[in-house]
Design a protein around this ligand. Sequence first.
Ligand SMILES: *[C@@H]1O[C@H](CO)[C@@H](O)[C@H](O)[C@H]1NC(C)=O
Ligand SMILES: *[C@@H]1O[C@H](CO)[C@@H](O)[C@H](O)[C@H]1NC(C)=O
Ligand SMILES: *[C@@H]1O[C@H](CO)[C@@H](O)[C@H](O)[C@H]1NC(C)=O
Ligand SMILES: *[C@@H]1O[C@H](CO)[C@@H](O)[C@H](O)[C@H]1NC(C)=O
Ligand SMILES: *[C@@H]1O[C@H](CO)[C@@H](O)[C@H](O)[C@H]1NC(C)=O
Length: 508
Amino acid sequence: MDVRLASWMPLLVIFVHLASYSVVNSKAGKPNIVFVLTDDQDVVLFGQQPMAKTHKLLTEQGMLFENMFVSSPLCCPSRASILTGQFVHNHNTQNNSVNGGCSGQTWQKQAEPKAFNTYLKAEGYKTFFAGKYLNQYGLEKSGGVKHVPPGWDEWHGLVGNSVYYNYSLSVNGKEEKHGDNYTEDYLPDLIHRRGLDFLSRQSDRRPFFMMLSTPSCHKPFTPAPQYEKSFQDEQAPRTASFDTKGKDKHWLVGAALNPMPVDVIKIIDENYRLRHRTLLSVDDMVEGVYNKLKDMDLLDNTYIFFSSDNGFHLGQFSLPEDKRQPYEFDIRVPLIVRGPGIKPNTTSIESVTNVDLAPTFVDLSGSKAETAKFDGMSFAGILRGQAHAFRSTVLVEYYGEEEVKEVQCPQLSNQHLKGCTKEFHCVCVDSQNNTYGCIRYENAKQSFKFCEFQDASNTIEVYDLNGDPHELNNIAKSAPPELLSKLTDKLAKLSLCAGTGCHDKTEL
Ligand SMILES: *[C@@H]1O[C@H](CO)[C@@H](O)[C@H](O)[C@H]1NC(C)=O
Ligand SMILES: *[C@@H]1O[C@H](CO)[C@@H](O)[C@H](O)[C@H]1NC(C)=O
Ligand SMILES: *[C@@H]1O[C@H](CO)[C@@H](O)[C@H](O)[C@H]1NC(C)=O
Ligand SMILES: *[C@@H]1O[C@H](CO)[C@@H](O)[C@H](O)[C@H]1NC(C)=O
Ligand SMILES: *[C@@H]1O[C@H](CO)[C@@H](O)[C@H](O)[C@H]1NC(C)=O
């Protein structure tokens, strides 16, 4: 190339870049993205039911995904998957502890700098985060409040795990303490207010990404005062597996007390109501954000995503309350998307998983080059209504937690168990051998779950969900050997996959 011409090139590039910048960021250009993430909100036990405004403004005006799963049914591993678009075996956040990768050094050095928001920022997006991040974020042992994850222009990160009052935030690296005055401190409302404040400072000149990550409906399930008396007549749904003895299942399920004592059922009924009450404040937030975008004339160019980090159970198979299980109630979460090009009031039955969120955000931002790096796949095509086979196979990985000392049930100390409490008669929420990998296979004709546990019996659980949606009958011993071997192979392959190697579209 002519040397003189070459010296002109950078200028030319800058010129073209500037020219396209004004076009790209005009109203019809790069879309804004709002992502509302709830904590422990199920879909199987009607977790969406209290959210009437969200239903009207997002579901009826957008797309509801009927088959949205998480890569791991526990907060920190799931959130790490959402942020990185990677499966647990790749981001390596195995559990909720710092030494299990939850906001630990490896996470901060290797995974966090590749979270989806860093790509969006590089695409010119203004990025905003408020609320719960990772369970160990901001604590001394994970670098304190001064650690602000890269790629966020404005950061209001909750220190530690979900609570509603008496917490600290890292506001762009500085500690901000909050007490328990509802008007000032109630965290779901504070996230709502900070979100609106951020929006009020935006315009159609520069695209933005705003993530609002609520503590609702995680314990301690503290509702706003005006909602303390809502849903008084409700009780935890008596699904087909409610207080059912889980037969032929892994050890932890077998260890549950069946039938559940009356006082345990009373607690879970009350917690069901409390969970729904805490979601009313999220419903208000969705409405507030929607109205703000509408007032600012930004609604037409903004996607609003709504999802949760994992599901929940309340009495299923006599397990009092928690997540961490491979069953539908724990791995299914809501996913609703409203935005440009999405046909209102539509449903998609494509299987999607939370590792697909990051590549979808990046894809929508226009940064095509990066999407192949993710374990997940962009589902932007589904949003646009383009018919295509997406995926039939979802990988679920879980590492059982254990605690050396069980404070409330000391007789269970040193037994590789966790979360054994008096209120639940020392039925524990987890055990070290509740460690498993599953394939969740779903297409128009077939619906299977196949799980291998790393326990002393090499337990295998298999369910044909078409005939057995509540996973009552483990068919591991009776299923056709050919089906089992195909599912075994899929799990073996996906448990080690990376990037495009995880983009499995093969049928059984
Ligand atoms: C907040 O902390 C104060 C002081 O420790 C305590 O009195 C109050 O009960 C706490 N409030 C809540 C809702 O936990
Ligand atoms: C709570 O905060 C509001 C708003 O700042 C204030 O008006 C009210 O007096 C506070 N309530 C208490 C009990 O301190
Ligand atoms: C959305 O679809 C449902 C089910 O098809 C229908 O009952 C409802 O009226 C529709 N809502 C709107 C706002 O179109
Ligand atoms: C979390 O994972 C780490 C690494 O595998 C392990 O050492 C730790 O014991 C786990 N934490 C819990 C509470 O089980
Ligand atoms: C699972 O762990 C528990 C608690 O340590 C133990 O009692 C049980 O025998 C184990 N079961 C299997 C199948 O590994």
